[in-house]
Design a protein around this ligand. Structure first.
Ligand code: ATP
Ligand code: MN
Length: 478
């Protein structure tokens, strides 16, 4: 057996008693021909490997370069140096893979995040990205843990869909038709009957509609999968391929929905705080250093850890869309014409407005409910005023919208009426309407953009840095 090794994170938490262990990892630095800082990605903390003088021949010594991979066996002893509790006194060092120092792009110096985006295949080897992806993992694990503890079923909704009624954004087509000469109907339109599925299909923008089918029988479900939007918005908060968590609950109204969303967000943040403290502290320091470059008024009031603690310890603010519009209209920013986009009842809130509400006005996450029906999706439940729907968006400091959700319209007649008004093909959506025809129930759900959550918890500012390989307009590398 080759791999009988201990991971560095585990080793660093044991007591040095001279015990013999084997570790494997990549060289971060090699000093004085004697001290190797070895990292295996289990933690940002390197293991100090000490090569006793004379144990390495000249040739081996030259091959221990930044990025080279090693298998080291030795004894764990208390460290004489400061900065670490223990050393590994090597009895054998085997080079598993060489790394040409002249060519290797990931030398031990500070690289810009832009540079690392271009080298995304190697950026896992940096402390910053090590921390980000360990936190990302931890948050994903917490998502499943939270819902499992609440007896929700994890539902796998399809990635390829024929339903384009959600209207959440531009869709990516899925086809096997030849793009240079597709079969056509007599009127010149493309004949999708000859396509793989015999109809036009797309990548999903949301699993919600399928989620509703399951929730209206199984009570509580959630999805956690990739979603695709061909929206041409080159922002720091949009990806063309992102992961979304979409719980859907029977017998929930909008208030139950808000309570669940708030509890869920706090739960996964707490999980990361409890399990990824070191990584979060590293990221907090990274953020503080990055913010030193900014003018005073652009810096955050709270450090990353304090921000997360604040969110955990305070109730989210809950306001209606109408109240939000009034706050914006009364704001100094509006009066000084600082907003680029229009503010008036009936117009959707733009990111600048959302960020004003959470960052300047309330200084905490805000749940906005009761949006005008005209700017929201057809399935949202009409309120008694006949003008607004039981929608809820959760806005987070530094991010803007992190959750979009609603109580769903469970009344068949109202739903059909709304679909007709919005030119949604009622016939084609008959399968969806069956949930309202046969034992309809009040139900609700929401979608949380996973990368926006990872952004919030890691304090990173560009969504491209919290997904392993970002897909954005004109970029699809690796
Ligand atoms: P936005 O206004 O920010 O584009 P949206 O209104 O299109 O968001 P929804 O359709 O409600 O968002 O999607 C639910 C959640 O999915 C959002 O709250 C957000 O967290 C996330 N989300 C939406 N679009 C993207 C995207 N392109 N990249 C990453 N996350 C996204
Ligand atoms: Mn959008």
């Amino acid at each position: 057996m080759f791999n009988k090794r201990v991971k560095i994170k585990e080793l660093l938490s044991t007591e040095p008693q001279g015990q013999e262990v084997t570790v494997m990892g990549w060289v971060r630095t090699f000093r004085n021909n004697q001290f190797i800082a070895l990292n295996d990605g289990s933690t940002n903390n390197n293991l100090q490997v000490v090569a006793t003088l004379g144990m390495l021949n000249d040739e081996t010594q030259k091959r221990i370069t930044t990025g080279a991979s090693l298998k080291v066996t030795g004894n764990v002893v208390a460290s004489l140096g400061k900065g670490q509790k223990l050393d590994l006194n090597a009895t054998s060092i085997e080079i598993l893979g060489d790394c040409d120092a002249a060519e290797y792009p990931m030398q031990q110096k500070k690289h810009s995040l832009e540079f690392l985006r271009e080298k995304a295949h190697l950026r896992f080897r940096t402390n910053t990205f090590g921390s980000i992806f360990r936190v990302r993992h931890s948050l994903a694990f917490a998502v499943h843990k939270f819902f499992n503890e609440k007896d929700f079923l994890y539902l796998h909704t399809p990635v390829i869909t024929a339903s384009d009624a959600e209207g959440a954004g531009e869709m990516f087509r899925v086809t096997t038709l030849p793009f240079d000469n597709p079969p056509r109907n007599e009127d010149g339109t493309i004949n999708f009957k000859e396509d793989f599925f015999g109809k036009s299909t797309n990548l999903t923008v949301s699993g919600q509609l399928e989620g509703e089918l399951a929730a209206t029988a199984l009570s509580d479900i959630y999805t956690f999968g990739p979603t695709f939007r061909a929206e041409n918005s080159n922002t720091t908060r949009h990806l063309a391929e992102f992961w979304m968590i979409e719980p859907e609950m029977a017998f929930y109204d909008i208030e139950d929905n808000m309570n669940l969303a708030e509890e869920f967000i706090k739960y996964i943040i707490r999980h990361a705080m409890d399990n990824n403290r070191e990584d979060l502290e590293f990221l907090a320091q990274r953020l503080a250093e990055e913010e030193k470059q900014l003018p005073q008024d652009k810096r955050s009031d709270l450090g990353l850890i304090e921000k997360l603690e604040f969110v955990l310890n305070n109730a989210f603010e809950r306001i209606t869309y109408t109240e939000a519009v009034n706050i914006l209209l009364e704001s100094p920013a509006y009066k000084k014409k600082k907003f680029q986009y229009e503010v008036s009842w009936g117009v959707d809130l733009q990111s600048e407005h959302e960020r004003y509400l959470v960052e300047k006005h309330f200084k905490k996450p805000v749940i906005v409910t009761g949006y005008p029906a005209a700017i929201k999706a057809f399935y949202m439940r009409m309120n008694d005023d006949g003008k607004t729907v039981a929608a809820m968006d959760i806005l987070a400091p530094g991010i803007g919208e992190i959750v979009g959700g609603s109580q769903r319209e469970e009344r068949l007649d109202k739903l059909v009426q709304r679909m007709e008004q919005m030119h949604i093909p009622v016939e084609e959506m008959s399968w969806y309407l069956d949930t309202r025809r046969y034992g309809t129930v009040p139900h609700a759900g929401f979608g949380l953009g996973f990368e926006r959550m990872v952004l919030f918890v890691t304090g990173m500012t560009n969504i491209r840095d919290v997904i392993p390989f970002a897909r954005t307009p004109k970029t699809c590398e690796f």
